[in-house]
Design a binder for this molecule. Sequence first.
Ligand code: SF4
Length: 442
Amino acid sequence: MHRSFFIKTYGCQMNSYDSEKINDLLLFNGFRKAEDLEKTDVAILNTCHIREKASEKLYSDLGRLSIFKKNKEKLGKKFSIVVMGCVAQAEGKEIINRNNSVDYVVGPQNIQIIPNLLKKENFEKVHVNFLSEEKFQSLTFSKTNKTASMISIQEGCDKFCSFCVVPYTRGAEFSRTVEDIYAEINHVVQKGTKEVTLLGQNVSSYESTIYEDKEKKIKLANLCNIISKIPRLKRIRYLTSHPNDIDNYLISEHAKNEKMMPFLHLPIQSGSDKILKKMNRKHTKKQYLDLVKKIKLVVPKMAFSSDFIVGYPGETEEDFEQTVSVVNAVKFASSYSFVYSSRPGTPASTQEDVINPEVKKKRLTYLQELLIKHQNNFNNFFLDKEVEVLITDVGKKDNQYVGRTPHLQPVHVYSKKNLIGKILNIKIERLTSFSFHGKILN
Ligand code: SF4
């Protein structure tokens, strides 16, 4: 009987993508999928290093799993623990020093070797080299049918924002070839995908080359244009962008290509120029607001979401007010906001002038209430209106289906017929929390 595996994923969509790929690779190599961590032979923890709590969660899971492993071994059964992802990259051997029941530590660029590690079991325990090209070449295409698929097109980051671990855990920017991306998207579309989200830590800096009559540089706008020619692909999104990389070509691609969804996640982190400089973001508040204005002029339907860090070292009340003013100016459709927490190894971790936790908490509460107010206003606009919805999943209730609007709002509808993969016109009748409920019109 083949060994079973279970993958627990923490953190961002890049991690979800990597977990999906490991899932496919292990199935391809004869492993079986288990229902949960405690019913498996191989526990894989795909970790996130962005926030302190995420890595602490890993160590608490490892504590639990090591007891489980000892009990299994007493019964003569084998249980392997693999830690992959950004904590694996950042902490390497330290993970095994803290918990010696861990069998393998595998960085995000080395995940393709996991099946071999598990099959042969006599390798080095720590694998944290930067091998982006090798990684992408070794990953198999997904075997699952999904209406909305994530496709990784780029990894790593050269921006070095002072609070962020990504340049250290995912390495330098690396873009996949157009041919590889096209082939993977074409494959998932044949299997039923209608919407793709192109993923990258710094996706808007995507750059590759193709050879037609001569060598041609391909940026994100060109890539979106190329993949939009795939007939059954209906929607294109991408994530996560840096404001400095959004060029006019990308904006105009949004304007002329109806498959490009009018929703852009555009992190700003802070509205204060002083803090943006300390964060090494390399743009000002004005440059960000000018960019939003320019995009809105060309693509009036565009809505924005963003990331905010509250209480970065040195943030005064005036600095925080600048962030509030950005929120009121852009009126984001949704956002992610967190209090600053120091990540070891980042330049920000050595900065003094740390903000009192009570002050951070108070500012975060204020900001989140404001963000929710704008999100509600944005959503309320759609009440009683007809919206095009791509149905992606079944809901929790009988005959219920869930889909997404072009602006990524979740919509719930009821039908006795299978609606998965359909694009429907839906009249929005009600709003609960952040989801829409509606009636099918077509
Ligand atoms: S651009 Fe994004 S991924 Fe890159 S260093 Fe800054 S926050 Fe991290």
